[in-house]
Design a protein around this ligand. Sequence first.
Ligand code: NAD
Ligand code: LMR
Length: 340
Amino acid sequence: SRALKPIAAVAVQNGAKNFSTTSQKNFKVVVAGASGGIGQPLSLLLKQNALVTHLALYDLAPVTPGVAVDLSHMDTPAKVTGHKGPEQLADAIKGADLVVIPAGVPRKPGMTRDDLFNTNASIVRDLASVVAKEAPKAIMAIITNPVNSMVPIASEVLKNAGVYDPNRVLGVTTLDVVRACSFIGEINGVDPRTVSIPVIGGHSGVTIIPLLSQAKPAVKLTNQADIKKLTERIQEAGTEVVKAKAGGGSATLSMAYAGARLAGSVLRGLAGEANVVECAYIKSDLTEAGYFANPVLFGKNGVAKNLGYGELNKFEQELLKAAIPELLKNIETGVKFVKK
Ligand code: NAD
Ligand code: LMR
């Protein structure tokens, strides 16, 4: 296989901090969809990140300037600006280093992530076209569902504008990793922060492939039926939240936590820190699917290296086999949307 051995994410993140003295440490970060269920707590967490010197909050919601004023009273260095409505979007995006996108509608019980496509596709397309114009070097981190299709949409828009760099467009799958670590921590009776595991593929149902065989420490499950059950819980964890919120939306707080972690890792890479590794859904030639999530190394220009996914056991090979047709379909839907 062309896949490389993944590096244990947590171990690496806690490893050597290799700052060069000339590295940039002041970044403009945009949250597009900043007033929503994810956007507000995500912005709260990003305001606490010392690498962020300008936090620009963009949303259609009238409350957006108020969210910015509210956060601006926090005694952390980031300047916070609020931008409401399409006429203020260019100003929000201009000169951004990182644009995090949780804009769009969430699921209600009974819906799949694909059911969100019709509403969210044009939102991500329009945001990407402004990024192409105002901040063509920015890293885009897309949270909006269906992630599997939204990343191809943003990529096609950037391609059409002549500014596409596959190392700068990411689908955020960090929540799948966070969930896997949390559930394994529970099973093993250990602090979940000490657990690391690659979750590969995409971000919906069968495309979410937790590589339990590569978890560190090893998952304390020996029975294959239990391993299957845990795999399915991780795959369906988003639906678990949607059901529990009973019509009130999907995961917001755990997503904000995961999104802030991913954004923080991207910024640490941009700042020149060594060995910053996270799983992310990126342009990829490791499988038949043109986009695929697995551990990647972040650097000064976004993705510095695709670390691949290592050895899969038989069960995981079957999971991958089931994921590929779904990923191909999701990717094609996104590409076709922009081409039409
Ligand atoms: P929400 O409805 O609470 O918030 C969405 C926000 O987007 C709202 O404030 C809305 O005004 C704003 N918005 C809508 N259109 C916009 C536009 N054109 N430009 C800017 N802002 C716009 O929803 P939420 O719970 O925050 O979820 C947002 C998205 O994130 C959903 O698509 C959801 O499925 C997805 N999500 C992804 C993950 C993941 O793991 N990647 C996890 C959870 C949720
Ligand atoms: C999640 O995994 O929580 C998100 O993708 C939201 C959803 O619709 O499940």
